[in-house]
Ligand binder design. Sequence first.
Ligand code: ADP
Ligand code: ZN
Ligand code: ZN
Length: 731
Amino acid sequence: MEKFAEVALPVPMRRNFSYRLTPAQASSAMPGCRVKVPFGRQQLIGVIAIISDQCDLPAAQIKNVTNLLDEQPLLPPALLLLIERGARYYLSSLGQMLTQALPTALRKGASSEAKHETYLQLTDAGAALTVVDIKRAPAQIKLWQALQRGAISKDTMQQLELSPAALKTMEQKGWISRKEVAPSQDLSWRQQLTLLEQPLSLNTEQAIAVGAINSRQGFYTSLIEGITGSGKTEVYLALLEQVLAAGNQALILVPEIGLTPQTIDRFRRRFKVNVAVIHSGLTDNQRLSAWQQARSGEAAIIIGTRSALFTPMEYPGIIILDEEHDSSFKQQEGVGYHARDMAVMRGQLENIPVILGSATPSLETLNNALNGRYGHLSLNARAGNAKKVRQGIIDIRNQPLNCGMSAALINEMRQHLDAGNQVLLFLNRRGFAPALLCHECGHLHECDRCDAFFTVHQALNEICCHHCGNQYPIPRQCHQCGSTLLAGQGIGTEQLEQTLSHLFPQYPVVRIDRDSTRLKGSLERHLTAIHRGEYKILVGTQMLAKGHHFPDVTLVGLLDVDGALFSADFRAPERFGQLYTQVSGRAGRATKPGTVLLQTHQHDNPLLKELLHKGYGDFARNQLKERGMALLPPAWHMVLVRAEAHQAEDADALLQAIANLLPQDKEFEIIGPLPAPLDRKAGKFRRQLMFQAKDRQRLQRECERILPLVTGLAETKRCRWSFDRDPQDLL
Ligand code: ADP
Ligand code: ZN
Ligand code: ZN
């Protein structure tokens, strides 16, 4: 009998495509195997979704599968199901969801079987060394210490940023040898788990959290709401110990910016197991090899950013999402999936626990914890015995400001610096100045392709649009009147850095933002220098608020919070609450008490007061109530339709046509079409339509009903459009 494959292809059409399998292909093809197939004039690589005995197409129209690329399914059934459910939930095609889920090398047709790999190990002579023998070669000591924990691959060596020069020397001295490891996997960790360092003894709250999670079997989601420094990571490590000892693997997801060698090292230091690291900086081959190690079970721990969620595990044991509130877990391009929500789906499909940890949980997760759908564990004590931070508001109405800083803040800075401590200033605007102003005619220079001002980058001698990347040399004359009296308007981190080095010449300043950390490894280098005390003043954007601990910082200043609090986005207060709490958490660890000062024109603002006096926990619980009253997520469920076109009317017409397809009643609300907050970007007009429903299932049904109709609308021809389920960013 003839066999047909329904194939998911990386195309926007929300359906699969049928092809005929030859008898030879049919004998080994299975759902989850890749095939190469003709599509129009090209050959595409897709994944078999279903194999069936019949095909609705007329026989003459059915094309043959060109090649079957796998003998075994690429993904286990649970992951295929996850991708199917994800595609459905996020209103995308199965093929597009697969594109997010598979490493690029596999999408291009690489073999999914592992190749031989080169490992480095200490020779007997190398193992017999002591630190004294290698004296004065720190790079060698570092490599030697890493190898003492076991053989490592060349890829791992690169990830740990170990020195190739040190390797060469130590090989020449006969201390290190190489071995080629065949893809026969080393699964010895499953028989015997070795701890490389003793766990800390847990405090009461940590022990309760570990006990509560370990007492459950199978799928269960728990929120660990623990203030910064309360020892969440130590809890993860304790949970891992159980999971690994039982022979199961752990998947750990961290925000993009949180995946530093220090983070990875904490897991490597504790367990003598293979740790696979997956992030966007890997080459296609490195990524494939990490994926293979995870799939075979050789990597006991898989740690990575958003897309690592889709890494297959032979022995799934637990999924942990750290800093679960972080916005980098939501994909913005292509399929707008949320790694947190899909992690919970995956946990359910693989029947394993899911742990969500944060000092500042998202309102979605908090809601699930408060209504009992998720377990809820709290860590309120700072591990070790750091003191609580002192907080204050500086009312800057009518105050003279020096580059955005009040006299009160500068005084306080001086005291902390003179006492030998570090100071952190937070300003969420990179560049020198957020606009270029003509002093004579008042003209503000605007990007010619966006509805936005140019940011001045003095060090680069450029004006640059942060929305489309458009850039020009800083003009000498006003575009409007020709005057040469041009000046930056407003303050960015670059200017702040400059002013501070004049104000405090004896205290070195470092700036941490996207511009200063563009080069690979530069963030790492800055952070190391900060830890060594080479810098005294830290200036930065939200990059500074995430995940990094600065034990010698005793003063944190937030320069301009008014903009952050008031924004068109309903998530603005939540985001601000998280940011404020995270930035504050950087201060006063260890034994030094910390101070946080916040400059504002709104010293009476009730949200600010609540945040400062009651803390994020109460603030977030109140925000949740307000969202409920305003019928906003997570109380209601939201979809944002975006449309972009060269003519604004075209985008409006499409969105209006979509709105006309939808119901409107007390439990289904439509807002728009409206201009997006950034109305014009890269030369295109951007409009949006928001719809919300009280019932999640109903929202799903309506979306599935209208999507095929939308695809058929004539108005789609002149627009780019997309559906964003649970939008995080309304821009
Ligand atoms: P979080 O992840 O919540 O920010 P960490 O796990 O990084 O917190 O812990 C903060 C600091 O406290 C670390 O230096 C860690 O080694 C230490 N710590 C954590 N748990 C304990 C404990 N039970 N006893 C002593 N120190 C601890
Ligand atoms: Zn002018
Ligand atoms: Zn622009």
